[in-house]
Design a protein around this ligand. Structure first.
Ligand SMILES: *Cc1c(COP(=O)(O)O)cnc(C)c1O
Length: 223
């Protein structure tokens, strides 16, 4: 695991933020990575995140990277650093509502659908623009959209993956120019996982979400 971390840290340039994806990993495994100076961890299930958050150091920066149900938002607001997976206005509104109760502003990424797969959550390009143009969105004071997140198709076709990342980077630049030109805060492009992070960085990613390449293969246990 230590060698894996060294390799990844040497692969990614300093302007790229590493999020260690710790879903299915134990508290001990996470501690091992934390001790190497990694402070950002990503989880995809709220229940699992809550269990780990109470058991691990308070200076860990937790990222929610999986689909978030509106009824679970309130549980993560007290401590979450960044929500990567905002895929509807309804969810954004609930995050804003709960954040307001806590007197907080929560950083969010809009999850954009770029893969040619049926299963992935996310907004398409038109939906992102519709959201950002809406009066309802403009009224939200307790969320801050700091960028976009996307996942490429799970395929061996490197050209396809590259093209999907390239497309999202182009869209990111357009959105930044047209909707966030007066702020520096729209700056995060979260794309790239264990299998494709090098391509993602080539194509302009500045935040990668890496699990397997750090911790090894995931073993899912069914309960
Ligand atoms: C699991 C997961 C990752 C990490 O995947 P690896 O292939 O293990 O690096 C990244 N992003 C999301 C949204 C995930 O669910």
């Amino acid at each position: 695991m230590i060698d894996n971390i060294k390799k990844i840290l040497s692969d990614i340039p300093s302007h790229v933020q590493l999020v260690a994806v710790s879903k299915t990993r134990t508290v001990d495994e996470i501690m091992e990575v934390y001790k190497r100076g990694i402070m950002d961890f990503g989880e995809n299930k709220v229940q699992e995140l809550l269990l780990k958050e109470t058991r691990l150091p308070k200076d860990i920066r937790w990222h929610l990277i999986g689909h978030l149900q509106t009824n679970k938002v309130k549980n993560i607001i007290p401590f979450i650093t960044l929500i990567h997976s905002v895929d509807s206005f309804k969810l954004l509104k609930e995050i804003d509502y709960q954040a307001k109760k806590h007197g907080k502003v929560i950083d969010c990424l809009l999850q954009v659908y770029i893969a040619q797969e049926e299963t992935k959550f996310g907004l398409d390009y038109t939906e992102v623009e519709t959201l950002l143009k809406s009066e309802q969105y403009k009224q939200l004071r307790n969320i801050r959209i700091t960028g976009l997140m996307g996942m490429a198709t799970f395929t061996d076709n490197i050209n396809q993956v590259r093209q999907e990342f390239h497309s999202l980077k182009t869209f990111f630049d357009l959105i930044k120019l047209n909707y966030f030109s007066e702020t520096q805060s729209f700056s995060i492009l979260s794309m790239g996982m264990s299998g494709d992070y090098k391509i993602a960085i080539d194509e302009g990613s500045n935040m990668v979400r890496i699990g397997t390449a750090i911790f090894g293969e995931r073993i899912y246990t069914t309960k």
